[in-house]
Write a protein that binds this ligand. Structure first.
Ligand SMILES: C[S@@+](CC[C@H](N)C(=O)[O-])C[C@H]1O[C@@H](n2cnc3c(N)ncnc32)[C@H](O)[C@@H]1O
Length: 289
């Protein structure tokens, strides 16, 4: 099974072909906004919310009503969450005022007045933020890999545990596979631009990985290093051990099925005790309080 490390949207032409003209004609670096390109290339809020609902259905005998989206960036999961059902509420937490302003400016176009009343964005550090107890905390797109020591990661997980209600679930994703340890670039042609995932450096002694996202356009213009991440490449057993050390009663892994025709991930997630040694995978971990 091969699964993109960036949970790619399955849209646009296959890698290797030319990008198509977008609805707005040919895009250029000057015309584009990096947060907008990021959302188009990387995020899949509908699938993420589907998965939260699936996990709650399978692990608890009630629905999840409130989420906190840590490292929320453009907060598109918060917005999808409150759109999904009238009794849903969401809090998004991010350190960066620029991305929160970008998100806040889009809320009036994306949500009704009633939905707007059920979402709150907070500028804060996830290590120190104080929020009302929630049913689920989400830490997606591997953002918590920025905690590069076991102590820091345990400290964050313990804060998350404290932020949950008694039967709360912590949902986080992880990536790995043999390709994740390589220094390589992966390109995908999308609607008017090319998305590049650049695994720029990896140090096997420290586990430090520096990854960049670049955007390139048909006229040759570029936004190089639009986003950069300096992470530690954590493995699933390490993450589960640290969850246990932080006080989570147990943790489970949702592994993706394989499409028999393409041999790629099929978007179906099931609880698994055993994975596959494939070149690239994404998995979801659930920490049960
Ligand atoms: C990889 S992006 C994730 C965006 C989004 N959650 C997603 O799924 O694509 C990481 C985000 O984490 C934020 N961030 C980094 N350190 C943080 C911290 N200590 N507390 C809160 N947010 C932080 C950054 O500002 C950035 O918006």
């Amino acid at each position: 099974m091969t699964t993109s490390r960036t949970k790619t949207k399955k849209k646009g032409k296959a890698a290797g072909s030319k990008p198509t003209a977008s609805e707005n004609g040919w895009l250029t670096a000057k015309k584009c906004d990096r947060f907008d390109l990021y959302e188009k290339a990387v995020q899949e809020p509908e699938s993420e919310v589907d998965l939260v609902e699936q996990i709650w259905k399978e692990q608890r005998d009630r629905r999840c009503l409130s989420i906190r989206e840590d490292f929320c960036g453009s907060a598109c999961v918060c917005m999808e969450w409150v759109k999904r059902r009238r009794d849903h509420g969401a809090v998004g937490v991010d350190l960066d005022p620029a991305v929160l302003k970008w998100a806040q400016d889009r809320i009036p176009q994306r949500l009704t007045r009633e939905q707007q009343g059920r979402v709150e964005l907070v500028q804060a550090d996830v290590l120190t933020v104080e929020t009302e107890p929630v049913d689920s905390v989400l830490a997606m797109n591997f953002s918590y890999y920025l905690f590069t020591t076991r102590d820091k990661l345990r400290g964050y997980f313990a804060r998350v545990r404290d932020a949950l209600v008694d039967d709360g679930l912590f949902l986080l994703d992880a990536y790995g596979g043999s390709d994740s340890f390589l220094e390589m670039e992966e390109e995908r042609d999308l609607d008017g631009f090319t998305y590049v995932w650049d695994q720029h450096s990896y140090d096997p002694i420290t586990g430090a990985a520096s990854n960049f996202i670049h955007f390139r356009f048909p006229d040759g213009s570029k936004i190089e290093r639009a986003f950069e991440y300096h992470w530690r490449l954590w493995t699933l057993p390490e993450i589960r051990e640290v969850l246990a050390e932080a006080g989570f009663r147990t943790s489970i892994v949702y592994w993706e099925g394989t499409d028999e025709e393409t041999e790629e991930g099929d978007g179906e997630w099931t609880v698994s005790e055993k994975g596959e040694a494939c070149p690239g995978w994404v998995a979801y971990i659930v920490g049960l309080k």
